[in-house]
Design a binder for this molecule. Structure first.
Ligand code: UDP
Ligand code: LCN
Length: 820
């Protein structure tokens, strides 16, 4: 059994064909399996298996026949194999979200299909045999609580949850008087600061409501369409209707008709639109805990990158959308959006020590900062996002009290960001009983190979035991999950998604997750972010260009002397520039790009390289990964003698100036390169494309969805530097022969952005989700409560202990100041 799993397993035929496939090539397969098991217990990836097969079967013809036949199919769908002689167990994934497991005896090639749980137990033997054999080892099974939740069944429907929830609601409302009663209760409860909306107690049964709707609709239809609501408000009130139906006769009529139709015979389109337009969301709280979180001088600092940009832009878009909805609803309510983050007393010149900071370009939104406290007092300094867990419970309590005070009540929607924000959002939302959304930005689990199996190795530095526990709690507690791309949920053909990697996994010695989340859960939705188009606009819009930055950018790119802001120089300024900008994390692979460039003579002759990121002096950095990357950059510049062709610019914090930098690079007919080993979404890709800069981005992660290779940009393989640098070089070769080619790609990028990646599209979707899932949680109250009890227990017994183990600086005897 696997409650969380999709019932249809399209890879089944592969598992079923395994015995035959192995039998057909018995001689060679026996030798290969002997080789797999020959090296003892280990975990092998598919590439690894293929390499060993290649070196075992010497005959080329024979080998390709096998690799192209059914054995090849098995290998292609294999994600990993666990070897515990004499067995090899395969984890196979044929379609996003769909897994099968089989165990092969290397001696006689017999095959047994096994469950996920059996596979995990088998795999644990590699690391910790005692744990694997312990009958009472902790097993986590969130799926056990999902028996009544409908599941999607097609991989292609993943990420389209809201659509399906509307369909499920349709079924629930059809001919089910209990659910219809819930609908009345839901409508009756709509209010804000004591003011009632939509209907009042006069209309407390379906029958009464239906009758009143018919009378009111006839009345409203007779009015001119643009009659303001105030003119007929009194009349509607007499029949039991309150504000919120619309600001004019036409809107009110439409909405009344829609509800009448839903009550008569529900259909998903009406349900989605009707609930999306209800006055339910005015106050939103967004948690983004670790920081630096601020509006100026913070970008490019360790851990402070796209998430901050995303949230600030998101707030602006949500506020605009809220205001426009409130107007259309005919209400006079002021919305409020609060972004809650940590207050850092040692703010290093940023505003992160200010409690409240209004958000620029908004009217009703602000940042609220709450310090990290322990019984020793307030934590003064920045700490890495991997170390924040011990502070979060206290932070949630302090934040929750302050939010209720500022909003004069509960918020209507709570959105978490990243592991820390999401666990805090879960605690606060469950305490206050509010609809909760989570946004991951990046789940760390897939970033580090075998981070689950090898968690003990990683834990001293990264505390993944705590982080993955928190992630599981948040994704299960959330009413809906906003993902930027499909791949974030369910990956691509060959690579499992970030959420998908939490479906079934094990951390030997800690817990075995037999059902963490299902990629087929209808709570998953894709809403991709955009870039602020008042900042990131095409280089061709000359009248808007921020010319005041141009002298500074000229200096930044071309002056010949090293200083604190830049080192290296560009000897030949006629060459186009290939450009990259990122935090200097290992996964961002900026050093990889520098090395590809260093190695590729042709590319070096065609273009210059400009990098923005990090500092030059490793001792200035507080971040362990960044320090290592800085040293590596210096070494590469030396090794490949890059001076004269490279400009390395320190991390930049001004978005306006950066946007002009992208455009100035476009002026040189340059290109943007995003070479990350893995990128969850990749805002720089969107920014560059918005500026009309042809973009080469990693095929590992989000960018693979953003860019259509060869049309709106190019995808490059970060694990194959030669191929990638040649692809850039070929592009420039082609541009030489056809100068229009550069413009076609630039235009292709812009077209793609306007169609799919704007904040307007995003805000509409997310607010609709907030409404739809708010109803959905009411309809599934009991099941939700049962799951919440399980989550509470897991939090208390597991998370708290793990967080405590991390320790706080005071316990490590670091300088500390008493409570402020
Ligand atoms: N950024 C910046 N200065 C830097 C490095 C990055 O302003 O030195 C900005 C960049 O323009 C983008 C964000 O930080 O808006 C990075 O977002 P992305 O999604 O690319 O990566 P993340 O840092 O979130 O992993
Ligand atoms: C975090 C990341 O790592 C990026 O891939 C995203 O673009 C960013 O957050 C915004 O969601």
């Amino acid at each position: 059994r696997s409650a969380s799993r999709n019932v249809f397993s399209s890879s089944k035929w592969i598992v079923d064909s395994m015995p035959d496939a192995l039998r057909q090539s018995r001689f060679h397969m026996k030798r290969c399996f002997a080789r797999f098991t020959g090296m003892g217990r280990r975990l092998m990836k598919s590439q690894h298996l293929k390499e060993e097969i290649e070196s075992t079967i010497e005959d080329k013809l024979e080998r390709s026949k096998i690799l192209e036949g059914s054995v090849g199919d098995i290998l292609n769908s294999t994600q990993e194999a666990a070897v515990v002689p004499p067995y090899v167990a395969f984890a196979m994934r044929h379609n996003p979200g769909v897994w099968d497991y089989a165990k092969v005896n290397a001696e006689n090639l017999s095959v047994v299909i096994i469950t996920a749980k059996e596979y995990l137990k088998f795999k644990e033997m590699i690391i910790d045999e005692n744990w694997a054999k312990d009958d009472n080892a902790l097993e986590v099974d969130f799926g056990a609580f999902d028996f009544s939740t409908p599941r999607l069944s097609l991989s292609s429907s993943i990420g389209n949850g809201m659509n399906y929830v509307s369909k499920f609601m349709t079924t629930k409302f059809s001919g089910n008087s209990e659910s219809a009663k819930t609908l009345i209760e839901y409508l009756l409860a709509l209010s804000h600061h004591g003011e009632k909306f939509m209907i009042n107690e006069t209309l407390n049964t379906i029958k009464k409501l239906q009758e009143a709707l018919i009378i009111a609709e006839v009345f409203v239809s007779a009015l001119p369409k643009d009659t303001p609501y105030q003119n007929f408000e009194q009349k509607l009130k007499e029949w039991g209707f309150e504000k919120g139906w619309g600001n004019n006769a036409e809107r009110v009529r439409e909405k009344m008709r829609m509800l009448s139709e839903i009550l008569q015979a529900p259909d998903p389109t009406n349900i989605e639109v009707f609930f999306g337009q209800l006055p339910v969301i005015f106050n939103i709280v967004i948690f983004s805990v670790h920081g630096y979180f601020g509006q100026s001088d913070v970008l490019g600092l360790p851990d402070t990158g796209g998430q901050v940009v995303y949230i600030l832009d998101q707030v602006k878009a949500l506020e605009e959308e809220l205001l426009s909805r409130i107007k259309q609803q005919g209400l006079n309510v002021k919305p409020q959006i609060i972004v809650v983050t940590r207050l850092i007393p040692d703010a290093q010149g940023t505003k992160c020590n200010q409690e409240i900071e209004p958000i620029i370009n908004t009217t009703h939104s602000y940042i609220l900062r709450i310090p990290f406290r322990t019984e020793m007092g307030v934590l003064r300094q920045w700490i890495s996002r991997f170390d924040v867990y011990p502070y979060l419970e206290r932070f949630s309590q302090d934040a929750s009290a302050k939010i209720v005070e500022l909003m004069e009540g509960k918020p209507d929607l709570i959105i978490g960001n990243y592991t820390d924000g999401n666990i805090v959002a879960s605690l606060v939302a469950s305490k206050l009983g509010v609809t909760q959304a989570t946004i991951a930005h990046a789940l760390e689990k897939t970033k580090y190979e075998d981070s689950d199996m090898k968690w003990k190795e990683f834990d001293p530095k990264y505390h993944f035991s705590c982080q993955f526990t928190a992630d599981l709690i948040a994704m299960n507690a959330a009413d809906f999950i906003v993902a930027s791309t499909y791949q974030e949920i369910a990956g691509s053909k060959n690579r499992p998604g970030q959420y998908e990697s939490h479906v079934e996994f094990t951390m030997p010695g800690l817990f075995r997750v037999v059902s963490g989340i299902s990629a087929f859960d209808p709570k998953f939705n894709i809403a991709s972010p955009g870039a602020d188009q008042s900042i990131y606009f095409p280089f061709t819009e000359n009248h808007n260009r921020l010319t005041k930055f141009q002298p500074a950018i000229e200096e930044l790119l071309y002056s010949k002397k090293d200083n604190d802001e830049h080192i290296g120089f560009l000897a030949d300024r006629k060459k186009p520039i290939i450009f990259s900008m990122a935090r200097l994390d290992i996964v961002k692979n900026i050093t990889g790009l520098t090395e590809w460039y260093g190695k590729n003579k042709k590319l070096r002759s065609q273009v210059n390289l400009v990098i923005v990121g990090g500092f030059f002096n490793p001792s200035k950095s507080k971040d362990r990964e960044e320090m290592a990357e800085i040293k590596k950059m210096h070494a590469l510049i030396e090794k490949y003698q890059l001076k004269g062709q490279i400009r390395w610019i320190a991390a930049q914090t001004d978005r306006y100036r950066n946007s002009e930098l992208y455009r100035s690079i476009a002026d040189t007919k340059g290109a943007f390169v995003q070479p990350a080993l893995y990128e969850a979404f990749g805002l720089t890709v969107i920014e560059a494309m918005n500026c009309g800069l042809p973009t080469f981005a990693t095929n590992q992660g989000g960018p693979a969805e953003i860019i259509v290779d060869g049309v709106s940009g190019f995808l490059i393989d970060p694990n194959n530097g030669d191929e990638s640098s040649n692809k850039i070089s070929d592009f420039y070769e082609k541009c030489k022969g056809d100068p229009e080619y550069w413009h076609r790609i630039s235009q292709g990028g812009l077209k793609r952005i306007y169609e799919c990646y704007t904040w307007k599209i995003y805000a509409t979707r997310v607010l609709n989700m907030g409404s739809a899932y708010g109803v959905w949680r009411q309809l599934n109250k009991e099941q939700k409560q049962a799951k919440q009890r399980y989550i509470d227990m897991f939090y208390n017994l597991q998370f708290r202990k793990l967080a405590k183990n991390i320790g706080t600086p005071s316990e490590e005897k670091q300088p500390f100041t008493p409570t402020e």
